[in-house]
Design a protein around this ligand. Sequence first.
Ligand SMILES: Cc1cc2nc3c(=O)[nH]c(=O)nc-3n(C[C@H](O)[C@H](O)[C@H](O)COP(=O)(O)OP(=O)(O)OC[C@H]3O[C@@H](n4cnc5c(N)ncnc54)[C@H](O)[C@@H]3O)c2cc1C
Length: 565
Amino acid sequence: MIDTAKTLPSGTILDADICIVGAGAAGIALALQFADTDKTVLLIESGDVAENPEIQALYEGSVVDPALHSPADRYRQRVFGGTTTIWGGRCIPFDPIDFDLRAWIDNSGWPIEYAEVAGYYPAANALCEAGDCDYDARSALGAPMRPMIEGFHSSHFNADSLERFSCPTNFAARYGHRLSASRNIRVLLNANCTEIVANNRGDHVDHIILRTLSGGHFEARARKFILAMGGLEIPRILLASNRVHPRGIGNGHDLVGRYYMCHIAGTIGDVRFSVPKEQVWHGYENAWDGVYCRRRLALTPETQRALQVGNVVMRLHHPRLVDPGHQTGILSAIYLAKPLISYEYAKRLYGPDPVGLGDYLRHVLNVVSQPIRTARFLADWAWRRTLAVRKFPSIIIASTANRYSLDVHAEQIPNPESRVSLAETRDPLGLPRIAIDWRYTAADIDTVATALRLLKQDFAAWGGGTLEYDEDEVEAAMLREGAYGGHHIGTARMGRTAEEGVVDRDCRVFGIDNLYIAGSAVFPTSSQANPTLTIVAMALRLADHLRHRFAPSTIAAGVTAQEHE
Ligand SMILES: Cc1cc2nc3c(=O)[nH]c(=O)nc-3n(C[C@H](O)[C@H](O)[C@H](O)COP(=O)(O)OP(=O)(O)OC[C@H]3O[C@@H](n4cnc5c(N)ncnc54)[C@H](O)[C@@H]3O)c2cc1C
């Protein structure tokens, strides 16, 4: 059933076996695992079926350095389906090394091993509609495989690792009807969790408080509570729930909100290939089932260990869009379409630098000088990007000059000083707003600088291409658009003990027997990979744990997307 709290009488007490707060990727994936079992599930969601500015404004907060981090209400959506309503759909599993205790990376090491998550990736892939769980081009794309850069071999980089693309699947649109049809799941929209209330001993959640923007207030009671509100909102509700625990729930060791990571990302360099351009492939390929896949250059785990750096990947990319010097009509047309692009996508596409009238006119000139190529591209783009069910993931421009830039996506090292805390101001529901103080370190930049240096050397040794960039510009290039938006990681990290983490290996908040967290907040490290596939995999793992915590004999097997079809 899908219901709204708007019509619920104030004072209502809701009851369920499992109460999940937040209906985004994590919350919906988790709830589906209990569909049509004998456990009642209450899925609490602040948003409505469509975006509402008044609800979205509940995400507003303050940012210490706006040049480094986007506003708190951007790059996350407070609506049924959460941020999957606007995500890009790039799916990549974490690497085994991401879970390891790496002596050269402070605060690294998960209390669980990669193998304990790996088994959940196939079902996560299915829920994300990203096809087979095969991320190796040699097997996923079939023979004969087209190499990414023919003739280029490096022991430092793997050019055969793939990223796959979801439709991108909006979890509410795709799974809403299943939730609605399930006899034991009740989705409650327009219900905002404003407090977690612990018992007097502080070791058990008694109930949570829910409010609507029109003044309604309710309670939800359950045997198990799961917070799935995204990596910024989870520390907010934990810190604000200080009735019994004065420093906030799970915050006995001052860890909630700390270790806040995004990714270090940016575009840099000038790659020129001297081999024929047919030997270089930077575009998308389709797996057998139509899923778009793309290759990248991934720094191998052996190299990371040998050089004591973090995890990083690089993709061949078109030249910087804002600079009309690329002389490409298509890129200039995309530049001129800037007012039509949403904030989240415009920020990375265009960067913060304003373009003067002279450059603006040069963009116009680029477009009018290549009218046919540009028009053909735009028509194709409108069809494949807007109208197709499985959307073309991003702009790919074949370079006539065989020249590219590098698009870098790197791990950010866990740093306790990078943090989310509570601000002095409150939202209309009385909840303190968040204050974001995202910080990066020299080690983060060193990972990127090392990878670039190696690639430059490897290209030179090969002789088929060159990489030119200014070493002094690496930091500025990686920070040009600030922290990579939409990846909110580490704010309620998993640890072996309460001194090390907010949640244990089962994602249960230390010291509270029935409170769990689903989402990237629990990741102790950030990987090179985008987070959502692992968020979903971890939600499925949590569902298995909860199933075992209830009487195992009474619960049906987990439900994956494929089994539902
Ligand atoms: C532009 C953009 C592109 C992205 N592209 C990618 C990509 O290509 N690949 C990738 O892996 N990731 C991508 N992401 C990130 C991805 O969207 C998130 O990782 C993912 O949606 C997080 O899932 P979640 O369930 O943890 O949080 P969300 O999806 O944000 O869901 C949280 C839910 O909790 C609800 N909620 C919040 N507070 C409350 C409250 N107090 N009470 C009740 N409900 C509440 C919200 O309304 C929301 O529905 C992108 C993000 C953005 C912004």
